[in-house]
Design a protein around this ligand. Structure first.
Ligand code: DX5
Ligand code: ZN
Length: 213
């Protein structure tokens, strides 16, 4: 089954609770939450304390995307938030396998993320442990950027590399309804959508929901 994950970073900060309740009522099951440290990426967003509060208030599952340098220093706090899914950037630490192991040992779904400039073949040593691979389709750090077209080929490459393993492919950045469809055709099953979903008076919500099947 395919899944659309709304990205909280693109929501109206003054109305987060209402936005999330609305998404839950529309049937969205999992919320994508971006964690940014002002170092790995220039901006700062949702830290573990805020994610803990979000987890208490929001009925959806949480998919935490850690855009932080040295995630091994923060993984314990992120696990404490209760998030069901946590992903960590390949580029953010020499100890990516260690962080993934921590996530798995706590019974959560573990993901590895690659930036647009990172070779997909680097994922090979992690294929026997991760639950999902997040392929960035923009350079991470802020919403509302243009989708990088080469991502479609990268999804195909990763899909082939995965073979018959039970690993989902997630895509994040610059995705609208048409692009979501292309990503799904190429082999992705988890599609993160920020600005496109939170603009236009949510007229897009229902159409996006239809892609989940
Ligand atoms: C950006 C974040 C994304 C972002 C997506 O680095 O990881 O989750 O919020 O927003 P859009 O869909 O607007 O690119
Ligand atoms: Zn993200």
């Amino acid at each position: 089954m395919n899944q659309i994950l709304p990205s909280l970073f693109a929501a109206d900060i003054m109305n987060l609770k209402e936005e999330c309740d609305c998404l839950y009522e529309e049937g969205f099951d999992t919320l994508h939450v971006d964690m940014m440290d002002g170092n790995f990426v220039p901006h700062i967003a949702f830290g573990p304390e805020q994610i803990k509060s979000i987890k208490k208030q929001v009925k959806m599952k949480l998919d935490v995307h850690m855009m932080v340098s040295y995630p091994e220093r923060q993984i314990a706090s992120v696990l404490e938030t209760g998030a069901e899914m946590i992903s960590v950037h390949y580029e953010s630490t020499p100890h990516v396998r260690f962080v993934i192991d921590q996530i798995k040992q706590h019974g959560r779904k573990a993901g590895v993320v690659i930036n647009p400039g990172t070779d997909t073949s680097l994922l090979k040593p992690l294929l026997n442990t991760v639950d999902y691979i997040l392929i960035m389709s923009i350079n991470p750090g802020r919403p509302n950027q243009t989708f990088i077209e080469e991502t479609i080929d990268r999804i195909r490459e990763v899909k082939e590399m995965i073979g018959n393993r039970d690993i989902q492919i997630e895509v994040d950045g610059g995705v609208d309804e048409d692009i979501a469809r292309k990503c799904i055709e190429a082999g992705a099953s988890m599609i993160v959508i920020g600005s496109y979903l939170f603009t236009d008076n949510k007229a897009h919500l229902k159409n996006l929901k239809m892609l989940e099947k």
